[in-house]
Design a binder for this molecule. Structure first.
Ligand SMILES: Nc1nc2c(ncn2[C@@H]2O[C@H](COP(=O)(O)OP(=O)(O)OP(=O)(O)O)[C@@H](O)[C@H]2O)c(=O)[nH]1
Ligand SMILES: [Mg+2]
Length: 494
């Protein structure tokens, strides 16, 4: 495949990814968000967290080389670097496409945390909860680097030990957790010097990152490998890291760990006399810097995968909410009918009893007046029943069913049980808010909409994702282009 064909192929893939992404967002915005908002499943539009650009989050120990790696990839010294804990801000680095052609890669625009948190264009609105201190440690930099063309990066302050942690003034763990939820790809960096604190950092990671995130979206990096004393030293550090990772992920297979170092930083360290000579063992290892760079550039694919998972999770949850409400609604309708019928019977009996009483008491002879009196008595009892007794029974029914909402639908497997745990409060909240009075027709219709997404759309998206994975860099077959070429070729012979 020549170069032009290759770039045609990747352009095709890029465009395909973009259009699929747009389609997915539209689906969430138009069909899921209105339902999510109506039933109190979410207080902000569902798409707000996923509508921005693909996002790569870089976390790790302080001085593990996060900012140096970013600078290496951007092609300029955009982020401050240094030996001690250097940067105490969360920095969102995104592309300034208007300045891509300008000479010299630089920061073209700098915005503060308030702007990032208030502007709905960004997915960070929900992070206002971390308060002023966090806002003042959050910023946006627009950079005219082509590396950022298809995704944004968040550089983070390094993880410190727990005592200094308290001085930050905001909950670092929660901030990282929120960002990890929004991010499509999380890079976790370690360096050989802080092997002792690696375990602690891991524990905090386990508590912040959702379990599935580990498997799908996290890349582990052992950086600064040029600074090990020997190959044995490197192996020891690597072993510790593997052990700790397997402890956290709870898996026997160890996630791949990229081994890398910054050639520029290493050369600088050498020049400053911090390290006398380039470690000889480095020639035995491949510096996986380029592999890492390529992985980062896959962020749009991770984003798509993230979107698909997002769609699956939320459609399943919404579906269960609506299914439960539907079951509740049907039960309520049955109970209403039963109580009304019981009321009718009771009032008929009461009316007949009153007529008999009047007759036997000699108060009224068998006459139309007696029938009317019996009828009036029955009607009075019926009204009383419907306004007082039925209301009382329905209130009891509602309270009982709300408390036992989990029994309204079958939770036959662990997966459904977990989904129920995630939506339980939404269902009971909605039942309490409405008192159980809502339109069964609307719920039924909306359940159909969500079911369609849950069953058909998510499947289609997974198929499209497999297609993209299979595409790799093969040239696309474009039937209309092929047909045009055929016409061109046969022009003369016609
Ligand atoms: N020898 C060597 N030095 C490195 C490497 N990567 C980074 N450094 C140096 O390590 C120091 C810390 O790097 P930073 O990029 O500031 O680390 P950081 O993870 O961003 O640190 P914080 O922002 O403070 O958490 C700097 O002096 C870098 O020059 C590397 O691969 N090899
Ligand atoms: Mg840094």
């Amino acid at each position: 495949m020549n170069k032009a064909e290759k770039s045609d192929a990747s352009m095709y893939t890029e465009n395909y990814i973009r259009s699929l992404q747009a389609e997915l967002l539209e689906l969430v915005e138009n069909r899921m968000t209105p339902i999510a908002l109506r039933y109190g499943y979410s207080d902000s539009p569902l798409e707000s967290k996923i509508k921005w650009r693909p996002l790569v989050l870089i976390i790790g120990n302080y001085s593990s080389g996060k900012s140096t790696l970013i600078n290496d990839f951007l092609g300029a010294d955009i982020q401050a670097t240094g030996q001690a804990p250097t940067d105490d801000s969360f920095t969102v680095l995104t592309c300034d496409e208007t300045a891509l052609d300008e000479d010299g890669i630089r920061v073209t625009e700098h915005r503060d945390g308030k702007y990032l948190l208030a502007n709905q264009e960004f997915p960070f609105e929900g992070m206002k909860r971390h308060g002023q201190q966090f806002a003042s440690h959050f910023c946006l930099k627009k950079v005219n680097s082509p590396f950022l063309k298809n995704f944004a990066i968040i550089d983070t302050p390094g993880m410190l030990d727990s005592i200094t942690e308290r001085d930050r003034g905001y909950n670092y763990q929660e901030v990282v957790g929120d960002l990890a939820h929004i991010a499509d790809l999380v890079l976790v960096m370690f360096d050989p010097h802080k092997a002792g604190t690696v375990r602690e950092a891991h524990i905090s990671l386990r508590d912040t990152l959702p379990a599935h995130t580990f498997e799908d979206r996290v890349l582990f990096v052992l950086n600064r490998i040029d600074e090990c004393a020997s190959l044995t030293d490197l192996l020891r550090v690597y072993g510790t890291l593997c052990w700790n990772l397997s402890q956290i992920t709870g898996r026997k297979d160890i996630p791949p760990i990229r081994l890398t170092y910054s050639q520029r930083a290493a050369a600088q360290a050498g020049a400053n006399g911090r390290r006398p000579e380039t470690a000889a063992y480095l020639s035995l290892l491949e510096n996986q810097r380029d592999e890492l760079k390529t992985a980062l550039m896959q962020a749009p694919r991770y984003h798509l995968d993230h979107l698909a998972t997002f769609l699956e999770t939320h459609s399943e949850r919404l579906s269960l909410i609506l299914e439960t409400l539907l079951a509740y609604g049907k039960k309520r309708r049955g109970a209403l009918a039963r109580f009304s019928l019981a009321g009718l019977l009771v009032s008929l009996v009461a009316g007949a009893g009153a007529g008999m009483g009047l007759l036997q008491g000699g108060l009224l002879p068998l006459s139309p007046l007696l029938y009317s009196a019996g009828g009036i008595g029955a009607a009075l009892v019926f009204v009383l029943w419907m306004t007082v007794a039925r209301r009382y029974f329905m209130a009891r029914f509602h309270a009982r069913q709300t408390a036992a909402a989990g029994t309204l639908v079958p939770l036959e497997n662990q997966y459904r049980k977990e989904t129920w745990q995630a939506v339980k409060t939404v269902v009971t909240g909605f039942l309490q808010k409405t008192g159980g009075r809502f339109s069964l027709g609307t719920v039924g219709y909306e359940h159909g909409v969500i079911k369609e997404i849950e069953e058909a759309e998510t499947k289609e998206i997974r198929e499209a994702l497999n297609e993209i994975a299979a595409m790799k860099n093969s040239p696309p077959f474009n039937p209309s282009l092929a047909y045009q070429a055929f016409l061109e070729k046969n022009k003369g012979s016609a």
